[in-house]
Ligand binder design. Structure first.
Ligand SMILES: *[C@@H]1O[C@H](CO)[C@@H](O)[C@H](O)[C@H]1NC(C)=O
Ligand SMILES: *[C@@H]1O[C@H](CO)[C@@H](O)[C@H](O)[C@H]1NC(C)=O
Ligand SMILES: *[C@@H]1O[C@H](CO)[C@@H](O)[C@H](O)[C@H]1NC(C)=O
Ligand SMILES: *[C@@H]1O[C@H](CO)[C@@H](O)[C@H](O)[C@H]1NC(C)=O
Length: 459
């Protein structure tokens, strides 16, 4: 029937149909998922305008959500795959199965307060027994999609407390080039709101690939920039450039212990992991712009309000040369140039805490990589000896080079010289950490956010 003959009745029937499907959806709280997302304050900074607080939210990865039928039966099998009877294809699967949006984040080991995120490896059940939680979270924007951080020619800064993470644990803050919408489509209307679309440089094979049922068992590769993978004993930061089908899986990373600086990072080290410290990562381009070619990933630490000296005399940097010389095949994927292009397009900020029953995280903290023995990272030991191991990330800021931190007594190179942070429009009208709180000609907030005090640096 041509469209002009479509009767009112047909239109009414169509409308009713949509209503029925909307009613069905109500069991699948796609639409209500928002209110369960833990809120997190992050700061966007510019040299001219200082840092501005932004209310954002976190979503836990898709696989942590309960996936069930309308009768509340699981659509996942005992082995963690998708039930092939209920889900022979994406459309049938969407008819039969629902993703439960209202995950209980506390029960997943996650809590937030203001600009602080705490993630536990284990939660404690009613019998007092630790249960594996190992959450992975993504930062959402204010539009129901992922926040896309565009960090080429910019910097990212945060504070981290790793004091309770033993050998074998990995608290990770990293960037992955996931689809902004989480692969939202007609059969996956939640998309990013339900944490879908994960990919990384290990090309993981998952039940879903970019929001669609993965029927051919293929992996999903995407550019990954590991800003920090760490416990209290060892750490590294690592670019992992990719092609569409493969990646530099090892990555051309920097771990000061592996470079021979064995006392630089750790409990009581130059960067003392028994206390919180601040991690500054700068993505420097050849021409200093946000559109140039990425040539250096520069790392600094701050502790006690001061920049910590670098482990290396020339600074702790990954450069085009060091990346290509790392022998991991990075050059084949375009090395830092490719990484920089992804950072320019925008990447999703990801947080995780995990351990590894197969390799005990030796690549991070044992042998030449750190002081741990090759067996003490066994999760069976961690759960016994450190059931409350957790990471605290706070004060996450990004923006122009030099705009996200202010050092009391810096010895910065030109790329790390902190620019003065000026007025913020934090909603509380109190100044945020490192923000300006006084001085000649200053008219911004003079009271500091709770927990901080205003300290005179100069006029
Ligand atoms: C798949 O789901 C059907 C219907 O709920 C159920 O009868 C069957 O046992 C499930 N199969 C597996 C492998 O879980
Ligand atoms: C999450 O679960 C905990 C413990 O079972 C409970 O106390 C809490 O109220 C739940 N939170 C929500 C938002 O349902
Ligand atoms: C992911 O899915 C979105 C939405 O369907 C699509 O626009 C995008 O091209 C996909 N990206 C990849 C890399 O598959
Ligand atoms: C920074 O350190 C170098 C050597 O460690 C020293 O020569 C220089 O004077 C210092 N600069 C500042 C501004 O403190």
């Amino acid at each position: 029937m041509p469209p002009s003959f479509r009767s009112v009745l047909t239109i009414a029937a169509l409308a009713s149909c949509q209503f029925a499907s909307a009613q069905k959806k109500r069991q699948n709280p796609d639409d209500t998922a928002d209110r369960y997302h833990p809120a997190l304050t992050v700061y966007k900074c510019t040299t001219a305008g200082g840092c501005v607080a932004n209310e954002r939210a976190l979503v836990i990865d898709w696989n942590y959500h309960w996936f069930h039928t309308a009768d509340w039966l699981s659509c996942t099998t005992d082995t963690g795959s998708v039930n092939a009877t209920l889900c022979p294809d994406q459309a049938t699967c969407a008819e039969n199965c629902f993703v439960q949006g209202d995950s209980n984040y506390t029960n997943n080991g996650v809590s937030t307060s203001g600009d602080t995120l705490t993630m536990y490896q284990y939660t404690i059940n009613e019998d007092g027994e630790p249960q594996n939680a190992s959450p992975r979270l993504y930062l959402l924007g204010d539009d129901g999609n992922y926040e896309m951080l565009q960090l080429l020619g910019k910097e990212l800064t945060f504070t981290v407390d790793l004091s309770t993470l033993p050998c074998g644990e990995n608290a990770a803050l990293y960037l992955g080039e996931m689809d902004k919408t989480g692969g939202r489509n007609e059969h996956n209307t939640g998309g990013a709101k339900l944490g879908s679309g994960y990919c990384d440089a290990q090309c993981p094979v998952q039940n879903w690939k970019n929001g669609t049922l993965n029927l051919d068992g293929s992996g999903y590769c995407c550019n990954e920039m590991d800003i920090l993978e760490a416990n209290s004993r060892a750490h590294s930061f690592t670019p992992h450039p990719c092609s569409d089908t493969d990646c530099d899986k090892s990555g051309c990373g920097l771990n000061p212990y592996a470079q021979g600086h064995t006392n630089y990072y750790g409990l009581g080290g130059t960067v003392d992991t028994s206390k919180p410290f601040t991690v500054i990562t700068q993505f420097i381009t050849d021409d200093g712009t946000t559109t140039g070619t990425l040539t250096t990933v520069n790392r600094r630490y701050m502790q006690g309000g001061k920049l910590v000296d670098s482990a290396n005399p020339k600074g702790d940097s990954i450069t085009t040369e060091s990346c290509n010389a790392a022998g991991t095949g990075s050059e084949k994927f375009g090395g830092l140039t490719t990484m920089g292009e992804a950072l320019g397009r925008g990447m999703v900020l990801t947080f995780a805490i995990w351990n590894d029953a197969s390799g005990y995280m030796n690549w991070l903290d044992a042998g030449t990589n750190g002081p741990c023995s090759e067996t003490e990272g066994n999760p069976a030991l961690i759960i016994q000896e450190n059931p409350r191991t957790h990471v605290v990330f706070s004060n996450i800021r990004w923006g122009d080079i030099g705009s996200t931190f202010k050092s009391g007594a810096g010895n910065g190179s030109t790329t790390t010289k902190p620019a003065p942070t000026t007025t913020t429009s934090a909603p509380t009208a109190t100044q945020t950490h490192y923000g300006q709180c006084g001085g000649i000609g200053y008219s911004g907030p003079k009271a500091c956010a709770s927990g901080f005090k205003c300290t005179k640096l100069n006029d």
